[in-house]
Design a protein around this ligand. Structure first.
Ligand SMILES: [Zn+2]
Length: 256
């Protein structure tokens, strides 16, 4: 198996909120790690114009990725205008074909923001089509279809307010500091929220949430995932093999 993993999300900082603990563990296991966003984060500001904030946020994302020796890629779509269409599928599939990941993380299919949901669908199709010869992409197809995992929706609830139960937890207690430092790189967002809430809501809510998932899985801090198990995708939970000792399944918790 090629030791390459990628997290593909809508906006800069989504990965840090949802799965950079797990990506840090991959990096420690000597995997090559990539983080990509479809959009530039151009609406995440009350101060700058679109070009300025896009440049700032790409810099923040690059700096954050650098903390785990990861490469950051931006597909340069715009916030609120991520569409499930030819262009987004082709660009995402081209990226996947260049990197040839064995494992892919993305946003959940039901979340508070449509950008996240569209990204999730786009990534699903881009992975499925990674090996399809006639997709309109110059990069060479490759097989097999990568393992695909969905991260939690924000606050662990879908858009109807239902709690989402992860089927897989990854114990990130040993890398919570790295995850925190990565999120701290997104200064434009942190400062914005700080001014709004008067407390360091950005960092505190991420840590509080990881603590909640930790409690559910009898660990200190955790990230939750659901594996894509549709036809054509690998069916075994490879995270258990790749991150031995760090993975707790819901199945094992209900047996206790
Ligand atoms: Zn987002």
């Amino acid at each position: 198996m090629k030791k390459t993993v990628i997290g593909i999300f809508a906006h800069p900082d989504d990965a840090e909120i949802l799965c950079t603990g797990t990506l840090s563990l991959f990096e420690r296991a000597e995997w090559s790690v990539h983080i990509a966003t479809l959009a530039t984060g151009d609406k995440g500001t009350a101060v700058y114009n679109r070009n300025e904030i896009s440049r700032i946020r790409k810099q923040e994302a690059t700096e954050s990725a650098g903390l785990i020796n990861a490469s950051y890629h931006c597909l340069d779509f715009e916030d609120a205008y991520i569409f499930y269409d030819r262009e987004s599928i082709n660009k995402t599939c081209a990226l996947i074909r260049r990197i040839k990941p064995s494992v892919v993380f993305t946003s959940p299919q039901s979340d508070y923001m449509v950008d996240h949901e569209m990204t999730s669908l786009i990534v699903q199709t881009a992975c499925f089509c990674a090996g399809m010869k006639n997709l309109e992409v110059d990069e060479k197809p490759f097989e097999p279809v990568p393992y695909l995992y969905y991260c939690d929706p924000l606050e662990g609830k879908d858009k109807f307010g239902n709690n989402v139960e992860p089927s897989i937890y990854v114990n990130i207690s040993s890398v919570i500091e790295t995850k925190t430092k990565m999120l701290e790189c997104h200064r434009s967002q942190r400062d914005w929220l700080k001014a709004h809430h008067k407390v360091d809501e950005y960092i505190l809510s991420m840590q509080g949430y990881a603590k909640r998932r930790g409690k559910e899985s009898n660990t200190e801090y955790a990230e939750g995932f659901i594996q894509h198990l549709g036809h054509g995708y690998p069916q075994n939970n490879v995270l258990e093999e790749l991150l031995p000792g760090f993975v707790v399944t819901r199945q094992s918790l209900t047996k206790q």
